[in-house]
Design a protein around this ligand. Structure first.
Ligand code: IFM
Length: 435
């Protein structure tokens, strides 16, 4: 990879922090308390206890040689009721983390929102409330004022597909609602406005900031490299799906191109909120990079019985890390950062006290080879964030899925580096030349 390529790992506040008594509540706190919502009946109340054990995590990151750590800020930790008063203790926590990362020469990449929406704002209508973009802007202001001297890289919002699509339309994630489409289209528009307002706020508080956002979506894999197959996959990637929230273009075209896709407007225009050109100017405030979370592709071998899958039963499709970045770069013309990629495995601690996650090494190796191929074919790649540093609370799956390169014992809080973390350390040291 180019010099300066960012090798990182990622995490999210609700999934790792715990420290629930030391912050305001989020919709995930409420959702987890409702019986039957989480597969193993658990919650993020303690999780990896990173709120108290963050120094252990930074020490491990240093051992691995990570160049960057992507983590998210808990909005209700910074603003317990989501607006108004700011908790200086909450911000102190993130400031100490950033300081310690700086000492370890690890760049912080901060995500402002990774799904833990303040419960008090939810009671006011949440993302449906037309004030929600302003709430988010005020929160972004408080965070960037305090952390601006440490943090240059910012990601506004993680995977709107999930917290709108799964959270407010499908009912499988917090807050567990099944709103009609016109409401969720309105919410999506407010989320996009919130993103745009936060971008401007970040830039006014931190003039040299580098800003992006981190949506997701499965990548159609061309059947062959015949131009017509490539074109078919490209078109499919950016066209309307049965579920509009999984259309990559639905969230990314407004942000990068300043307009909603035509197919969305023609199918749903009548139930979309009123959209003004001023709105679109706010939403399309220029970004520095195109972040994308990519885990899998679709198409190529979907009918192949016995094809390789992860513990979460997601198809293993390394080519998604070639075609996704390539298609995104062609359409949005921004340097690419993979803001999440990884897999869950049924990891165990072996009798020798170690975690031998050879499946994860194989997966990461294959995906990174494809990512490197994209670079060779001219796609500008800035970085790669493995998901995730430590095993953690995997939303409605609770602790039944382990995605980390570091094992977490959720009873004792003890961390054990998995084999993949040693392998990843070698890749980082060689800047990918050993792949
Ligand atoms: O754990 C999640 C993360 O919070 C968002 N992206 C996908 C990951 C794995 O499911």
């Amino acid at each position: 990879m180019d010099d300066g390529f960012i090798w990182g790992a990622a995490s999210a506040s609700y999934q790792i922090e715990g420290g629930v008594g030391e912050r305001g509540l989020s919709v995930w706190d409420m959702y987890c308390r409702e019986p039957g919502r989480i597969l193993d009946g658990s919650s993020g109340d303690v999780a990896c206890d990173a709120y108290h054990r963050w120094k252990d995590d930074v020490a491990i990151m240093k051992e691995i040689g990570l160049k960057a750590y992507r983590f998210s800020i808990s909005w209700p930790r910074v603003m317990p009721t989501g607006q108004g008063s700011v908790s200086s203790a909450g911000l102190d926590y993130y400031e100490r983390l950033c300081e310690t990362l700086a000492e370890a020469k690890i760049q912080p990449w901060v995500t402002l929102f990774h799904w833990d929406f303040p419960y008090e704002l939810y009671k006011l209508g949440g993302w449906m409330n037309s004030e929600s973009p302003r709430w988010f802007e005020d929160y972004a202001d408080a965070v960037t004022r305090r952390l601006g001297k440490y943090v240059r890289h910012w990601i506004t919002i993680n995977e709107p597909q999930c917290f709108i699509g799964l959270g407010h339309a499908g009912g499988e994630h917090a807050p567990g609602l099944k709103y009609p489409l016109w409401d969720t289209l309105l919410m999506s528009h407010n989320v996009l406005l919130a993103h745009g307002r936060a971008v401007s706020k970040i830039r006014s508080n931190i003039p040299d900031a580098r800003v992006g956002f981190a949506p997701t979506g499965d990548v159609p894999i061309p059947r062959s490299i015949a131009p017509e197959d490539i074109e078919r996959a490209r078109r499919e990637y950016f066209s309307l799906k049965d579920d509009v929230f999984w259309d990559v273009a639905f969230f990314s075209d407004p942000v990068f191109l300043g307009k909603y896709p035509e197919d969305v407007l023609s199918k749903y225009g009548a139930i979309m909120p009123k959209i003004t050109s001023e709105d679109m100017d706010v939403i399309s405030a220029p970004l520095d990079f195109c972040g994308q979370n990519i885990y899998r592709g679709e198409g190529a071998d979907a009918r192949n019985h016995g094809r390789p899958i992860t513990a979460a039963k997601w198809g293993i499709t390394p080519e998604s890390l070639y075609w996704g970045p390539r298609f995104l770069y062609e359409r949005y013309k921004k340097p690419i950062v993979i803001t999440e990629n990884g897999l869950s495995c049924a990891d165990v601690v072996s009798l020798d006290g170690r975690v031998h996650d050879s499946n994860r090494i194989d997966y990461l190796n294959r995906y990174l080879l494809e990512y490197k191929r994209a670079a060779k074919d001219g796609v500008p790649l800035i970085g790669y964030f493995q998901w995730c540093l430590t095993d953690n609370f995997e939303w409605s799956k609770g602790y039944t899925e382990r995605f980390g390169i570091v094992y977490c014992d959720f009873v004792t809080g003890v961390r054990i580096r998995k084999d993949s973390s040693y392998w990843y350390a070698d890749v980082i040291r060689a800047n990918g030349h050993n792949l």
